[in-house]
Design a binder for this molecule. Structure first.
Ligand code: NAD
Ligand code: UGA
Length: 455
């Protein structure tokens, strides 16, 4: 069997590496039009940072895992073609700011239609609006080469930072297909690949539309929990309740459960916001404005939380941060990734720069040029925004420290040493609730967290 995956990004790369590792008899080609990205996958410096991924890639690369820019050749020879290209929020025209931009999906479908012959299974790995399989089928049907294609939906549920573990032992694998004998056969073939390492009872099969929609709904439910606890974090701050204690108390109810109840400066990442906006757009398109408004509020609370965090920094620093140095610890949207897409850090930095603060950022994995470009826009500069090589340099002489990403190394810093090098009063805002605020206050910090009682 031969597999081809179009799109060598955060999903295509790790997912195919795991399939190649677990199925040594299957040849897996990951193709992308971005030659630099492909070159990085073939080098010692992979294009994405993901714990454990180097090891998986090293074991399979060159054996049955290949990264290449030869899109057409691998489409021709593959039995199963995964589509793992990006589906960002549309920035233009109808649906701008909410609908998914399907131009890359359509372009891949056209490329497949152009080069594929015989019998193929096409797998939607990207997150797409429900009914996208119809579009792909229409394009494939017009190719005129007698291609017999079955389109399946197989959304990916991995989270960045834990991708290898998530792929190794997924809660479930979801496969949606057409309820016809040919569709069932295709679903069985794909299920057979995963069954090499995933227990059968964890492989769920549904109709195409349930599978496509479940992906958006899963992300919406996860993000909803974060917005729910973040909304309560504000009430905690107003009343003296502690949001971690509230989360713990409610999470012990097995009907609620403990996961995804960590209050934060706001969720980031390439998908939660994009997918909920897409869901709201779909609801409106199907004449369901009330449903759209309900899910839209999940994004609304997140925007508010990011603003609230920056506003609180300004307020506590006596309502002015002009010309004060603020250290931002962490820029990635969560720990253990170098991904900065939609990270809350961008909003926090921009809000502080708008107040004329001098912002100094440190992140263990995000390069300086990316921090600057993400915050200011490519090619723009602002002398108030700098990037430090380590946390101590970022904090030296700062009036305040804001923890924005929960990197483990921030828990181990020598805060007494840092405090000694800061003008007083020295402030610390823990946007992730990873530090012991009582211990920081003993050192002398004016320390506060998200949803934590004030001093
Ligand atoms: P990404 O931007 O990292 O990677 C997509 C890749 O596709 C890019 O390298 C791009 O060059 C390539 N590409 C685009 N059009 C192409 C074409 N016509 N031919 C060849 N290559 C092409 O995106 P990602 O984070 O891997 O996400 C991919 C999809 O998976 C999205 O729909 C996303 O919503 C979904 N998803 C992402 C995650 C995640 O953790 N990042 C998790 C689950 C699902
Ligand atoms: C999320 C989902 O968890 C994956 O299942 C899904 O496949 C993926 O989106 C996707 O479709 O792209 P990801 O965004 O990589 O994965 O990471 P998460 O762990 O979900 O974190 C998202 C954001 O929420 C991060 O900024 C994180 O810090 C924040 N978060 C998470 C909280 O603020 N509190 C929590 O309790 C959990």
């Amino acid at each position: 069997m031969k597999i081809c995956c179009i799109g060598a990004g955060y999903v295509g790369g790790p997912t195919m590496a795991m399939i190649a590792l677990k199925c040594p008899d299957i040849q897996v080609a990951v193709v992308d039009m971005n030659a630099a990205r492909i070159a990085a996958w073939n080098s010692d410096q992979l294009p994405i940072y993901e714990p454990g991924l180097d090891d998986v890639v090293r074991q399979a690369r060159g054996r049955n895992l290949h990264f290449t820019t030869d899109v057409a050749g691998n489409i021709k020879s593959a039995d199963i073609i995964f589509v793992a290209v990006n589906t960002p929020t549309k920035t233009y025209g109808v649906g701008a700011g909410r609908a998914a931009d399907l131009r890359y999906i359509e372009s891949v479908a056209r490329t497949i239609a152009q080069h594929a012959t015989g019998t193929k299974i096409i797998v939607e790995k990207s997150t797409i609006p429900v009914k996208t399989a119809d579009t792909i089928r229409s394009i494939l049907a017009s190719n005129g080469t007698g291609l017999k294609a079955q389109v399946l939906s197989n959304p990916e549920f991995l989270a960045e930072g834990t991708a290898v573990q998530d792929l190794l032992a997924p809660d479930r694998v979801l496969i949606g297909g057409e309820r016809t004998p040919e569709g069932d056969q295709a679903v069985a073939a794909l299920a057979g690949v995963y069954a090499r390492w995933v227990p059968r009872e964890r492989i769920i099969t549904t109709n195409l539309w349930s599978s496509e929609l479940s992906k958006l709904v899963a992300n919406a439910f996860l993000a909803q929990r974060i917005s729910s606890i973040n909304s309560i974090s504000a009430l905690c701050e107003a009343t003296g309740a502690d949001v971690d204690e509230v989360a713990n108390a409610i999470g012990k109810d097995s009907r609620i459960g403990p996961k995804f109840l960590k209050a934060s400066v706001g969720f980031g990442g390439s998908c939660f916001q994009k997918d909920i906006l897409n869901l709201t757009y779909l609801c409106e398109s199907f004449g369901l404005p009330e449903v759209a408004a309900y899910w839209g509020s999940v994004v609304g609370i997140n925007d508010w939380q990011k603003k609230r965090f920056a506003a609180r920094i300004v307020k506590e620093l006596f309502n002015t941060v002009a010309d004060k140095k603020i250290a931002i610890l962490g820029f990635a949207f969560k720990k253990d990734t170098n991904d900065t897409r939609e990270t809350a850090a961008i909003n926090v930095c921009r809000d502080l720069l708008a107040e004329h603060a001098s912002v100094c950022v440190y992140d263990p994995k995000v390069p300086a040029d990316e921090i600057l470009a993400d915050t200011l826009g490519k090619g723009h500069t602002n002398s108030r925004l700098t990037v430090a090589q380590d946390a101590y340099a970022a904090c030296a002489g700062a009036h305040a420290i804001a923890i924005v990403t929960e990197w483990d190394e921030f828990k181990k810093l020598d805060y007494a040493r840092i405090y000694a090098g800061m003008p007083k009063p020295a402030f610390l805002f823990d946007g992730r609730n990873i530090l012991d605020l009582a211990a920081l206050r003993k050192i002398g910090f004016k320390a506060s967290g998200i949803g934590k009682p004030a001093e």
